[in-house]
Ligand binder design. Structure first.
Ligand SMILES: Nc1ncnc2c1ncn2[C@@H]1O[C@H](COP(=O)(O)OP(=O)(O)OP(=O)(O)O)[C@@H](O)[C@H]1O
Length: 235
């Protein structure tokens, strides 16, 4: 059997007296498209941070490419994060005084090298080659998002974690962003895990996991988008 890129086994996260996540289990295969859905306050951001090795779980085991991440020292965790995980944050988090290209190249800089031609390839594939020298303040939201996608893929990660990539977008634009993400996933050969409250995304993903009351439940592919709860308009 192929080793999953990400394997979360009964993860729990407690902060102070609050049990935010009590039992989260999921696996993500190397080429998978996985969606984690849950209502506001379900713990999606907390989970995003734990799965991205930005925060540690309080219990359970998280394996990234077969390596148990929780027992690693901070330095090793940082290295594993750098080498295997790409991030697309909701607010993009581009650095204001770096150009678009420098922003995208940053993960390679942090890793101490990298293939700059690959960043060029990504810019080309994302249709933002003409924006290389522009600073984030001069970019539209959609352009910033493309730069953020290029940055997420710069180190050829095994998995990309995307936090609410369709945020406040109208359905048509949201569909376009997903098309772009999936295309880029194919180009880069990476797994994609998207965390979102947006129920409209369900039909676009092969694997859907529902996060509710601190636990995960797989959602059958046939589950209707129309049931359960109204689509929220924000997170
Ligand atoms: N450090 C913390 N200490 C105590 N409670 C916390 C902490 N961080 C988050 N929480 C609580 O845990 C719950 C889940 O928060 P989280 O931000 O992960 O949810 P979310 O699903 O991302 O929500 P949203 O969709 O509204 O952004 C919330 O009730 C939040 O108040």
């Amino acid at each position: 059997m192929t080793t999953p890129v990400l394997d979360a086994d009964h993860l729990g996260v407690t902060r102070g007296d609050t049990a935010i996540l009590t039992d989260v289990s999921m696996t993500v295969a190397p080429d998978a498209r996985t969606l984690v859905q849950g209502p506001s306050g379900a713990g999606k951001t907390t989970l995003f941070n734990v799965l991205g090795l930005l925060d540690r779980p309080s219990s359970g085991t998280l394996r990234i490419e077969g390596r148990v991440a929780d027992s690693l020292a901070e330095r090793e965790r940082a290295r594993l994060r750098r080498e295997t995980i790409g991030f697309i944050f909701q607010e993009f988090q581009l650095i204001a005084d770096l150009t678009a290209w420098e922003n995208a190249r940053l993960p390679q800089e942090h890793a101490g090298g990298g293939d700059t031609a690959w960043v060029d390839t990504l810019f080309d594939a994302l249709g933002i080659d003409h924006l290389r020298e522009q600073y984030p303040a001069t970019l539209s939201g959609g352009e910033k998002q493309r730069v953020a996608i290029a940055r997420a893929l710069a180190n050829r990660p095994a998995i990309v974690l995307a936090d609410e990539p369709t945020g406040q977008l109208d359905p048509e634009t949201a569909d376009g962003v997903l098309d772009l993400l999936f295309d880029m996933q194919d180009t880069a050969g990476t797994a994609l895990l998207t965390i979102s409250h947006d129920r409209r995304l369900r039909s676009r993903f092969e694997d859907v996991v529902r996060l509710e009351d601190g636990t995960t439940k797989p959602v059958p592919r046939t589950d209707s988008d129309a049931s359960e709860e109204p689509a929220a308009t924000n997170s």
